[in-house]
Design a protein around this ligand. Structure first.
Ligand code: ATP
Ligand code: MG
Length: 510
């Protein structure tokens, strides 16, 4: 008898119940891209949940008696009572170089019709930003190719610089030009075979924009030969708010892969105003309490945890972020603009008035700053452009006064003349980033008064003729400015000889 009991006991001891825990529940309500779920007692925040028919949800609200989640995919197919299961996986997207040249949606799925993407790895879309200890200070430049920015508001790798302005003031254009400039520099750098050359890969995240604008942007990048160094994450206005909410985080994950693997990347969030609106929509449906301007209180946390992920990592790479914010009638004191201004390392403020006067890019000197970028600026730009910001600010102040008085003293007149010429030189057509060595040569000529005798209206033409002259005849000089990155005696002599010769031919042509 006891034998039988022992046998049974040993059988029981050997028994292993390998029940897989799969937490399931049902849809309580579903509307507007948000589903409320019953019964998912064991779900993680940001965990993917699986709906019938392939749609995926992300658990965002974990409450006592229900789970609120946003649905990615076709909401129309879902109905009350449908079964839903946890997946045990946090939301992640494919990452890696295979994404370069591709357009993907918020989940990293290709939407450009160029076939599947052969990505080897995935990264979670939400990740804790690198701490202070692993960060390194910003000291390598990231050239936008826009003279007004590179010379006065320089940006460094790992920096977060906000592009802010009203509708249609050229915000997107600045970002696209910067991406194109990276591609141009990458091509020159990689062809030179220099061992320490570090290319910059770009990620352009389009949030809440019209599909036609996104298509135009992609076409511009392709035409400029920049698409091959760029990943585009697209969540247009027609996409549901959940996709728009996610896209910047997916883009950040794609950018982090470059940074973690010792490379440099640039990410553009175009734009975070629309991102905030998408987040507001989701939050209102999820019944999160709203605060200022009807945004949920944690919209600040949303953007800070996104932008904190841009960094320069010690011994690894960097991720530079250019978030875009649209203002209403130049009001930078609204809730979302002030939030993002306080999270970033500076802003490039675009003024509607300047834009309408034809001063494009419409960079406001007074309101634009770069708090960390100057340590990344190369020496030659400091040498030729150090005084520009002051001169231009003074010019704007004096110009306001000068309208009222006619007899100006010689010093004021000289300041006005100089300022007017700087304004002209900084005018730059779109899709036309300028190499840093070319910027330096032009600013050197300005500093040495080569433009003083040229009529203000002729300054743009003169600068173009100087550019042509240097490009066609002085490629060596430009290359040595690029490589030495400072004004040596030889370079100054070269610049002087070139400027004299150019000036003589330019004057003769007139
Ligand atoms: N440097 C420039 N020179 C000439 N035209 C420009 C320049 N920059 C922008 N533009 C023109 O101004 C218009 C608005 O530019 P853009 O789309 O970049 O502005 P935006 O601020 O991003 O607009 P939105 O608020 O609609 O997103 C475009 O038609 C563009 O071609
Ligand atoms: Mg835009």
């Amino acid at each position: 008898m006891s034998n039988v009991i022992e046998q049974i006991e040993s059988q029981i001891a050997k028994l292993s119940s390998k029940a897989v825990k799969k937490n399931t529940g049902t849809i309580r309500t579903v509307a507007d891209g948000v589903a409320k779920l019953d019964g998912l007692s064991d779900v993680m925040y940001n965990e993917m949940v699986q709906f019938p028919g392939g749609a995926i949800g992300i658990a965002l609200n974990l409450e006592e008696d229900e789970v609120g989640c946003v649905v990615l995919g076709d909401v129309a197919q879902l109905k009350e009572g449908d079964e839903v299961a946890t997946t045990g996986k946090l939301l992640s997207v494919p990452v890696g170089k295979a994404l370069l040249g591709r357009v993907v949606d918020a989940l990293g799925r290709p939407v450009d019709g160029k076939g599947p993407i052969d990505a080897k790895e995935t990264y979670p879309v939400e990740k804790i930003a690198p701490g202070i200890m692993v960060r390194k200070s910003v000291n390598q430049p990231l050239f936008t190719g826009i003279m007004a920015i590179d010379s006065m508001i320089p940006i460094g790798r790992g920096q977060r610089e906000l592009i802010i302005g009203d509708r249609g003031t050229g915000k997107t254009t600045i970002c696209i030009d910067t991406i194109i400039n990276q591609a141009r520099i990458n091509k020159v750098g990689l062809a030179s075979g220099a061992k320490d050359f570090r290319p910059v890969y770009s990620i352009y995240v389009a949030v809440g924009q019209k599909q036609s604008n996104v298509v135009r942007t992609i076409a511009a990048l392709e035409a400029a030969g920049a698409l091959e160094y760029t990943v585009i994450v697209s969540a247009p206005a027609a996409d549901n708010p959940a996709n728009q909410y996610l896209a910047p985080f997916s883009g950040a994950a794609i950018g982090e892969w470059f940074m973690e693997n010792g490379m440099d990347a640039l990410i553009v969030y175009d734009d975070l105003s629309k991102h905030a609106v998408a987040y507001r929509q989701i939050s209102l449906i999820l019944k999160r309490p709203s605060g200022r301007e009807a945004y949920p209180g944690d919209v600040f946390y949303l953007h800070s945890r996104l932008l904190e992920r841009a960094a320069r990592l010690d011994g690894k790479g960097s991720l530079t972020a250019l978030p875009v914010i649209e203002t209403q009638a130049g009001d930078v004191s609204a809730y979302i603009p002030t939030n993002v201004i306080s999270i970033t390392d500076g802003q490039i403020f675009l003024e509607t008035d300047l834009f309408n006067q034809g001063i494009r890019p419409a960079v406001s000197v007074g309101l634009s700053v770069s708090r960390v970028g100057s340590s990344a600026q190369i020496k030659v730009t400091k040498q030729v452009g150090g005084k520009l910001k002051g001169e231009l600010a003074q010019f704007r102040e004096l110009a306001a006064f000068a309208q009222f008085g006619s007899d100006l003293d010689a010093k004021t007149k000289a300041q006005l003349d100089r300022g007017a010429r700087i304004v002209e030189l900084f005018k730059q057509p779109q899709l036309n980033p300028l190499a840093i060595e070319m910027q330096a040569a032009i600013l050197w000529a300005l500093q040495k008064n080569y433009f003083d005798s040229i009529d203000t209206k002729q300054v743009v033409a003169a600068a173009n003729s100087l550019k042509d002259y240097l490009t066609t005849r002085k490629a060596d000089l430009l290359a040595s400015i690029r490589n030495e990155a400072k004004l040596s005696d030889a370079i100054e002599a070269g610049l002087k000889a070139s400027a004299d010769e150019w000036k003589a031919t330019f004057a003769a042509k007139k």
